[in-house]
Every structure is written in structure tokens, then in C-alpha cells.
Design a binder for this molecule. Structure first.
Ligand code: FE2
Ligand code: FE2
Length: 362
């Protein structure tokens, strides 16, 4: 079966959107089930903490993947049904647990699907979804733990042994096997990291996309890879201007660099539009312009990583670097969510000219 590059990329985007949506529901269920409560068993609290981290990891992964779509019908419906059961007094604890496990199993299956699909895709996707493996592994472990918990709590309920006063508290033995399990400290969600490695990760991904275009012998794949490149460069550059450049543009030893960097972003976005115009009918012109763009981006990235980033580091505390990372991810998310990216670019350009007017010139 022939699937276009773009459809394939979008299909993974939908899977990720569904997983993100279900994960948000899991978090609200954790709250309804009091999993974060001090009364709850330690390992269940750990599970809830991991769920919270996984939500942020998913946001990070989707931000880096660069395709942000709305969750689909089934994911939304299933989440609503489970959420209703977990919060409804008409349901007994065992039913609540069963519904909750259903959602977790769904997360495991769908993340397995993404994990396996990614193995058959291009390198930029593999890099963007690298951190997803940790999320997938956690879902799988949670299902094993919950199955054991269901077994213990369920048997007690059905056989009428000592009254179940709280299924989580009673399942100590069932979950003891997971006690002491630690959440991976290696991979961190973007909102706990400094902004500099986040920006650098984006730069490396773009380099891979350029390689995929220049190494690609199949013209059918050009559009799919190029659209990803355009989306990534657009989101990165706008978010960078809004959240990073704006902080340093009035600092005397960075002012000129920020002006130059904004101009380079502008040139990159103009060239992206020119490439869009020739994409469908002139492959030679397309590849020539891609070559120009690659040079431009390479120069810009070299300047940022070798000159701008050291100055940012020198002028910022660790807290500010982490705060900038959160702001950057939020801004990027907003651009990715916005269908009319052109409008954002136009409004960013207007803000620039407003700012230039306020500061008496660019
Ligand atoms: Fe950058
Ligand atoms: Fe930049």
C-alpha cells in the first residue's frame, strides 16, 4: 500500500495526539482516585508521578516532532467514558479500577504501535521520538502493575473476604514488586531543562531533515519532508524571537547580534516561501533553493551556537534558562497549533516594526 510521506507523518501525529489526550484523562483520574494522596500506597503514588512526567514528556516529544493535531473521535470518547466511570458514585471501586486500566492498556497498545511504526520511518522522526521509548516502557510497566493489583483487589471483592476499605491500600502485596522502582532520571521533559539544549536539539533535527532531502532520490517524498522542515523552521524561529531574542535585544553586548539574527530568520522564512512556490513543478529549482536555504541555516546556527548561546549563558541564571525553555515550548506549541502560520509570521513582523519604532530604529 502506497502512503504519502505527508499522510504517514500526519498519521503518527494523530496517534500522538490521541495518546496525549488519554494521558490528560489519566491524570484527572489519578486525582479522582486520590493516587497522589499520602494515604495511597507508595508505588501507586510513584505511578501517578510517572504519569505526570509522561504527560510532560509527551508534550516535549510532540513539540519536537512538529505536527500538532486534535485527538480523534475514539480517543476522546473513550476518555470521556472512563472519566465518567471513575468519578461517578454509581460505580464500585472495582469498576473504576477496571475502567482506569482500560485507558492504560489503550496507552500501552497505541504507544507500542507508534514505537513500531517509527522504526520504519526517516531519521528525523526517529530522533524527534527518541524520548518516546521511555514513555512507552512506563505504560507497559504500569499495565503489568495494575493487572496484579486488579487480581488481588478483585479476588478479595468477589470472595467476600475482609471488607474492601480502599482497594489501593489493600493491594500492598500486589504492588510490592514495584516498590523501589525509580523513574528514569536520564530523559527529562523540556520544562525541566535549560533552553539551550532544547534549541540545539531543534537545530540537529533540522540538519537531519536537510540530509533527508538532499539524499532522497524519490521526488514523491520531497513535499512531505519539506513541509516538516518548513513547519519546524517556522515554529522554531518565531518562538526563538518571542522568548529568547526579546530578552536580550536591549543588552548592549548582544543587541547587534539579535538584530542580525532576526534578519536571518526573516530571510530563512522568505526562502521557505519561495521553495513552496517551486516545490510541485520544478525539482531542479527546488533542490537549488534547498541548497541556498541549507547554507543560510548553517551560518545562522553556527552563529547562534558559537556566539549567541555562550552570551545567553553568561547573562542568565539556571532558573532563567529553565523558564525560557518553558516559554519557548509554549510559544512553539502555539505556532504548531495555529493553522495559519502565515498570519503569525505577519503579526510577528508587525511587532518587530512596532518595536523598532519604539526603540527608534531596528
Ligand atoms: Fe535557533
Ligand atoms: Fe535562530
Amino acid at each position: 500500500m502506497q502512503i504519502s510521506e505527508q499522510d504517514m507523518r500526519e498519521a503518527i501525529g494523530f496517534e500522538l495526539a490521541d495518546i496525549l489526550h488519554r494521558q490528560k484523562t489519566i491524570l484527572s483520574c489519578n486525582e479522582a482516585l486520590n493516587l497522589m494522596d499520602a494515604e495511597a500506597h507508595e508505588s501507586l503514588r510513584t505511578m501517578a508521578e510517572e504519569d505526570d512526567k509522561n504527560l510532560r514528556m509527551l508534550e516535549t516529544v510532540i513539540g519536537s516532532y512538529g505536527i500538532r493535531v486534535e485527538p480523534r473521535y475514539a480517543a476522546v470518547q473513550l476518555s470521556d467514558v472512563v472519566s465518567d466511570i471513575v468519578t461517578n458514585e454509581a460505580a464500585i471501586p472495582l469498576e473504576k479500577l477496571g475502567a482506569y486500566i482500560l485507558l492504560k492498556q489503550n496507552q500501552m497498545m497505541c504507544s507500542h504501535l507508534v514505537h513500531k511504526s517509527v522504526q520504519a520511518t526517516d531519521l528525523d522522526i526517529k530522533i524527534a521520538l527518541g524520548a518516546f521509548d521511555g514513555v512507552y516502557a512506563t505504560f507497559t510497566r504500569h499495565v503489568t502493575e495494575l493487572t496484579k493489583l486488579m487480581e488481588t483487589a478483585g479476588v478479595e471483592w468477589i470472595t467476600g473476604k475482609p471488607p474492601v476499605t480502599g482497594i489501593f491500600g489493600r493491594a500492598r502485596d500486589a504492588v510490592s514488586t514495584v516498590a523501589g522502582m525509580v523513574i528514569s532520571k536520564v530523559a527529562k521533559p523540556a520544562d525541566e531543562m535549560s533552553v539551550l539544549p532544547i534549541l540545539t536539539m531543534d537545530h540537529r533535527k533540522v540538519e537531519v531533515l536537510f540530509r533527508e532531502i538532499t539524499d532522497n532520490a524519490d521526488p514523491q517524498k520531497d513535499a512531505g519532508i519539506f513541509h516538516q522542515l518548513k513547519a519546524d523552521l517556522t515554529a522554531h524561529s518565531i518562538a526563538e524571537e518571542e522568548t529568547v531574542y526579546s530578552r536580550f535585544q536591549n543588552l548592549s553586548d548582544m543587541k547587534q547580534q539579535m538584530i542580525d539574527a532576526r534578519q536571518e530568520h526573516e530571510d530563512i522564512r522568505t526562502l521557505l516561501d519561495e521553495i513552496t512556490d517551486v516545490l510541485d513543478d520544478d525539482r531542479e529549482a527546488f533542490l537549488d533553493k534547498i541548497d541556498d536555504l541549507q547554507q543560510l541555516v548553517k551560518h545562522h546556527v553556527d552563529e547562534e551556537e558559537n556566539k549567541v548561546f555562550p552570551l545567553i549563558k553568561k547573562n542568565s541564571s539556571e532558573e532563567v534558562l529553565v523558564a525560557m525553555s518553558q516559554d519557548f515550548m509554549e510559544a512553539k506549541k502555539r505556532v504548531q497549533e495555529n493553522v495559519g502560520v502565515d498570519e503569525i509570521i505577519a503579526s510577528a513582523a508587525n511587532e518587530d516594526s512596532d518595536m523598532a519604532a519604539t526603540h527608534g530604529g531596528a
